[in-house]
Design a protein around this ligand. Structure first.
Ligand code: GLV
Length: 338
């Protein structure tokens, strides 16, 4: 039986999440996962009430121009720099993301990259697989940097940054952080973290993890000048977004030994990766997988579905999407769509 709303899901999702959606709305889910050009996005969104999209889909004013039907775009990510939220708001379209459900998994992965980069895990494994391990255990090979007991720096101290900080206690690491605004004292105490100026953080951190949202102010928050302040023994981890680090400048610093190593999950212009980074043995690189545990990706998909259904007036949260980015659009939805 056809339902009152129809929705587009831009990629295959967990079957149980699609089945949940299908209890309330007609679902058109893509069976392949690829980046779709704006013209195709426009067409896909033209006659649906809602859409679940991922970071590969840029939903901007051009894509929604003239669209009188769309009421909600639910992002399958906590970061939403792929959505032009002001444009969606003026068009009376709700925008949602998937915060919180990925905090712990993403924090685990930041530590994975820090430890792997500090201890040359990727390059040592490549060397082993290439059949170059011929002399038994060699005492001076693969000497890395210690992580335990060092000072951890965190740039960007939202909920993921805080989850990273809490793990530092087990490694006996003092934590310094910089954030636009200082955290309330009770959270600082819980995270055992101390606020410092950004330059101070860069100078004092033995290892630095970036967890900033991407926006115009944070573009190249770490460039040549910032890298020059860091310790040559430091490991830099970026699990935030491509564009926060100037990847070309980072590659130069890593090649010249001005920075010991980097663990990178995100890249400027991904899926392209700066070719100079690909050449480096002291960079551990992964394809944007920080939140990719099966449980967490399922929870993200479920939250995106709950957001979408609630925005369309279905399910237990009807009318109140749990993670709404533009509450000011709630009123506009009715004006713009009637
Ligand atoms: C992934 O990068 C996310 O923002 O969820």
């Amino acid at each position: 039986m056809s339902k009152s709303h129809n929705v587009w899901v831009s990629r295959p999702l967990f079957p149980e999440v699609l089945a949940h959606l299908a209890q309330y709305v007609d679902v058109r889910a893509e069976t392949d996962e690829r980046q779709r050009p704006p013209a195709e996005l426009r067409e896909k969104l033209a006659d649906v009430d809602g859409a679940i999209v991922g970071l590969g889909e840029r939903i901007d004013a051009g894509v929604i121009a003239g669209n009188r039907k769309l009421r909600v775009v639910a992002n399958l990510a906590v970061g939403y720099n792929n959505l032009d939220v002001p444009a969606l708001t003026s068009a009376g379209i709700l925008a949602t993301n998937t915060p919180d459900v990925l905090n712990e998994t993403t924090a685990d992965y930041a530590w994975t990259l820090l430890l792997a980069a500090a201890r040359h895990v990727s390059s040592a494994e490549r060397w082993l697989r290439a059949g170059q391990w011929r002399e038994g255990m060699r005492f001076h090979d693969w000497l890395g940097m210690d992580v335990h007991g060092k000072t951890l720096g965190i740039l960007g101290m939202g909920r993921i940054g805080q989850a990273i900080a809490r793990r530092a206690y087990g490694f006996g690491m003092p934590v310094l952080y910089h954030n636009r605004s200082r955290l309330p004292e009770n959270i600082e105490r819980d995270c055992r973290a101390r606020w410092v100026e950004k330059a101070d953080l860069l100078r004092r951190a033995d290892h630095l993890i970036l967890v900033l949202p991407y926006n115009a102010q944070n573009h190249h928050a770490i460039g040549a000048a910032e890298l020059a302040l860091m310790k040559p023994t430091a490991v830099l981890v970026n699990i935030a977004r491509g564009g926060i680090v100037d990847d070309a400048a980072l590659a130069v610093a890593l090649r010249e030994g001005r920075l010991a190593a980097a663990g990178l999950d995100v890249f400027e212009g991904e899926p392209s990766v700066h070719p100079a980074l690909l050449e480096l043995d002291n960079a551990v690189l992964s394809p944007h997988i920080a939140s990719a545990s099966a449980d967490t990706r399922r929870a993200m998909a479920q939250l995106a579905a709950d957001n979408l259904l609630a925005a369309l007036g279905h399910g237990p949260d009807a009318g109140h999407p749990p993670s709404l980015l533009n509450p000011e659009a709630l009123g506009a939805v009715h004006e713009a769509k009637t």
